[in-house]
Design a protein. Structure first.
Length: 157
């Protein structure tokens, strides 16, 4: 999309563990209690495979930045933003909350937040908790049976 519109001053950040999901930290994030997604090794797609997929569609260039690691470890210190769009696929409460806390404050007014896993209860709970704590009232629009999006309001003075 950036290349098609000749946008040179933006980056696409691809943040992932590239090693599957972590075991749940149920002591600190009770909503993740009993989560077993970390057991599914097919969810571990390594960075080289993702880069290959980008390259196959001629989308791999110097505007694509890969950020490897758990969201709570990498996103808070990521030197990036403001963002026009954030697309979150954290599955778990902890991963979703870590992503929202690190990225949503850097989402531009009028920008879009897309969440993949709203049908997965821990993810939905994280989104609801974050939105309630930050008084976010924007309507969540359904994408399909599991995803949703909302637009960050533009502050009017």
């Amino acid at each position: 999309v950036l290349a098609a519109n000749e946008v040179k001053d933006r980056k696409v950040y691809v943040a992932d563990s590239f090693d599957g999901l972590p075991p749940p930290d149920a002591e600190n994030f009770p909503a993740d209690q009993g989560d077993r997604l970390h057991e599914y090794r097919q969810l571990a797609i390594d960075q080289a495979q993702v880069e290959s997929n980008f390259a196959a569609y001629d989308l791999l260039d110097d505007q694509v930045i890969f950020v490897k690691g758990l969201f709570g470890d990498t996103l808070p210190d990521l030197k990036a933003g403001p963002f026009a769009l954030i697309r979150l696929d954290g599955d778990m409460y902890e991963s979703t909350m870590d992503s929202l806390e690190a990225l949503y404050p850097r989402l531009s007014p009028g920008g879009f937040a897309i969440i993949d896993d709203l049908a997965h209860l821990p993810c939905l709970q994280a989104v609801e908790d974050y939105r309630a704590r930050n008084r976010i009232k924007a309507k969540i629009h359904e994408i399909d049976w599991t995803g949703g999006w909302w637009q960050k309001p533009i502050a009017h003075s």
